[in-house]
Design a protein around this ligand. Structure first.
Ligand code: UD1
Length: 418
């Protein structure tokens, strides 16, 4: 049956936590060293299962991958293999990011259609169209997508500002001959960080962090010593857990400028929000009033992040009035719904929207963590519940939240694994 997380809820979380390094940004930073034969050292890499999964893919390609706490060293000088192994690659979606670097450096790359959370169809057309626009021949051969060719810069319009798609095309363009302009690029801070890392490796890139990225291809990239940005999704999850339980949580090192949409919604819900250069803090409405319902849409950055949809929904069960969340990024984000309902939440789904009536007292029980962010939602639900909650299927939770029971305990929660 595997490990379970036991939460004895009903306590207001309070205190300070340092932000962890960003899961998604770290995954991009693990793929980038494939672009060079020099060693790369990364700092502030979160200690989570997905990082190990990406490490296994890199090793299978012939790279060395060494982890020492939150420091990771990668040396891709010995890479001879350009085919990502089926069994390792399908375990995580970010593994498809080996395609851009391998194609750019070796002129060929192959990978199966990758896995990850079951939150929707998650096609790869944006990635593949980008490689084709750069001059690669891309085809399906058996289980694999195979791309071959010498890359030349191009103007590329992305059909959708796919996050991984943007990063993959950016990686490929960094070593392509001439100028590439990526239009309708993803503007997420993690994408911008990937570009910053490439710049530190010798790439010529501008416009990252906006929807148009310009890349002037270079012949080679060199090694780098690079620090991963803080995880805005993890920070946001703990801030929401604090507010939902009537507590007061500060995240040290969190980037408030990456959290505009969440902090604005928290303030609208009546929560106290404080931003300083050292930390971002959120607390229950200072006047003692209940949280208020809010309306929001999950959309690409800088809009409200789809990865905080589920944790926000859990927190809004404690807000007075009718909240609505409209999901516009993934079509299957509501995996948390049945679990929170079983805990007493009044939630109804209509298409990609969820309506939440609150406040509702939640009750504990045995619930499942069906994807990484649904996992965070049931944990928040459990922290709000008056009695004991048992969360099963921790594999998803451990994909995104390093040492969660230790971190929640530091905030005064009673949480343990058994
Ligand atoms: C990344 C993040 C994930 C986050 C998501 C959106 C990683 C490992 N994962 O996922 O945590 O929730 O960004 O912020 O970094 N799409 C296409 N064609 C494509 C690719 C995507 O139509 O080729 C669609 C998807 O079906 C989905 C939408 O675009 O509806 C968003 O997907 P995308 O931005 O690509 O998410 P990921 O990069 O997979």
């Amino acid at each position: 049956m595997g490990e379970q997380l036991v939460i004895q809820g009903g306590k207001a979380l309070s205190g300070r936590l340092p932000a962890s390094g960003s899961k998604n940004a770290a995954l991009y930073a693990l793929a980038a060293p494939l672009l060079t034969s020099d060693p790369v050292t990364l700092h502030n890499v979160p200690e989570i299962a997905d990082i190990e999964g990406m490490g296994r893919v890199l090793r299978a390609l012939g790279a060395s991958f060494e982890v020492d706490g939150e420091d990771v060293s990668i040396d891709a000088s010995g890479v001879t293999e350009t085919v990502a192994p089926q069994d390792l690659a399908i375990a995580l979606r970010a593994s498809f990011l080996v395609m851009g670097p391998l194609l750019a450096r070796f002129g060929e790359a192959a990978s199966p259609s990758p896995g990850g959370d079951v939150i929707g169809v998650r096609p790869l057309d944006v990635h593949l169209a980008g490689f084709r626009a750069l001059g690669a021949d891309v085809r399906r051969e058996g289980q694999n997508f195979v791309a071959r060719g010498r890359l030349r810069g191009a103007r590329i319009f992305l059909d959708y500002p796919s996050v991984l798609g943007t990063v993959n095309v950016l990686f490929a363009a960094a070593l392509a001959e001439g100028e590439t302009v990526i239009v309708n690029a993803a503007a997420e801070p993690e994408v911008a960080m990937a570009a910053e890392m490439l710049v530190a490796m010798g790439a010529r890139i501008s416009g990252h962090g906006s929807n148009t990225i310009t890349v002037d291809g270079v012949e080679r990239l060199h090694g780098v010593d690079f620090t991963i940005i803080p995880d805005r999704i993890e920070s946001g999850t703990y801030l929401l857990a604090g507010v939902a339980t009537g507590g007061d949580v500060a995240i040290e090192g969190a980037r408030a400028d990456h959290l505009d949409s969440l902090l604005t919604k928290l303030a609208e819900a009546g929560a106290g929000v404080e931003v300083t250069p050292q930390y971002v803090r959120a607390c229950h409405p200072p006047d003692g009033a209940p949280l208020r319902a809010v309306q929001l849409q999950a959309v690409p950055y800088p809009g409200f992040p789809t990865d905080l949809h589920a944790p926000m929904a859990a927190a809004l069960t404690q807000a007075e009035g009718v909240s609505t969340i409209h999901e516009r990024v993934f079509e299957n984000r509501l995996l948390y719904l049945g679990e929170l309902r079983a805990m007493g939440a009044r939630m109804t789904a209509g298409g990609q929207s969820v309506i939440i009536e609150g406040p509702t007292p939640l009750v504990g029980g045995a619930v499942r963590a069906l994807d990484v962010r649904a996992a965070a939602a049931v944990v928040i639900g459990g922290l709000c519940a008056s009695d004991e909650t048992i969360v099963r299927d921790l594999v998803h939770l451990d994909r995104g939240y390093p040492r969660i029971e230790e971190r929640l305990t530091a905030l005064g929660a009673t949480v343990f694994r058994r």
